[in-house]
Ligand binder design. Structure first.
Ligand code: ADP
Ligand code: MG
Length: 245
């Protein structure tokens, strides 16, 4: 049923400090192939740092990262970054390049596709997110929601095995949030392996297979959404949910 070549992702006992600030203190996260893991928690709890460690933008001080049950820490970090697509709160598009060029760039530079093939694949990907007609526009002429679709198309064009979303809807006007969540839901249902850092409790509860609540650099609770939302075990999660729901 899976239309993506998605893989499983595991973080094992990850530790990371910035100077004396111990930001990740023994994080375990297992995301089986084709499932969606939501990560929630207060600001500063280490969620973004965890994503950056898991795609090796930052090396952990200790612990292991496995893709399809195999440790990737000995590999070239660039290789892992190619296997994991990342979508940020700020879309990080190149403002002076067209929408199509934004999507085609990495295909050409990293995947070494000839320019015409990279453009063809970019158009295909843009079509998937409903933006083929904007191929020759500049990002600045698109709405925030459209720009985020381009960022998602750009990530998917690389045929990642896992997709990370770091508060992908937080910078969007409220009326544009729904469309991006719908696209993320389609990816999830289509069998993509996803790690989603989000404040969207509806998405967490209705779409993700597991929810992980982080606070202070540790996983406080993790489990199926119904369990966490209906019967939180810790005061910390109860407090967090009463603030956000
Ligand atoms: P969250 O995404 O949950 O809001 P972050 O992972 O961004 O949390 O941050 C966790 C902690 O790590 C914070 O105390 C933050 O100040 C610190 N931090 C994040 N990135 C850096 C960095 N590059 N250098 C130093 N400290 C950082
Ligand atoms: Mg963050």
């Amino acid at each position: 049923m899976s239309e993506f070549k998605s893989g499983s992702l595991t973080a094992r006992n990850i530790h990371l400090a910035f100077g004396s600030n111990k930001v990740l203190r023994g994080i375990d996260l297992h995301v089986p192939r084709g499932t969606t893991a939501s990560v929630i928690g207060p600001s500063g709890s280490g969620k973004s740092t965890l994503l950056r460690v898991m795609n090796r933008l930052i090396e952990p001080d200790a612990g292991d990262i496995l893709l399809d049950e195999r440790s990737v820490l000995a590999d070239n970090p660039d290789e892992l970054r190619r296997r994991i697509g990342m979508v940020f709160q700020q879309f990080n598009l190149f403002p002076h390049k067209t929408v199509a060029d934004n999507v085609a760039l990495a295909l050409n530079k990293l995947r070494k596709l000839p320019k015409d093939q990279a453009r063809a694949k970019a158009l295909e990907q843009l079509d998937m997110v409903g933006l083929k007609h904007k191929a020759d526009a500049r990002p600045g002429n698109l709405s925030g929601g459209q720009q985020q679709r381009v960022a998602i198309a750009r990530a998917l064009a690389m045929e990642p095995e896992v997709m990370f979303f770091d508060e992908a809807t937080s910078a969007l006007d409220p009326e544009l949030v729904k469309g991006i969540l719908a696209l993320m839901t389609d990816l999830s249902k289509g069998g993509m392996t996803m790690v989603v850092v989000t404040h969207e409790m509806g998405f967490c509860r209705n779409v993700s297979d597991t929810v992980t609540f982080m606070d202070g650099g540790v996983v406080v609770e993790t489990g199926p959404p119904d369990e966490l939302f209906s019967a939180p075990k810790t005061e910390r999660l109860k407090g967090f949910l009463s603030d956000v729901l």
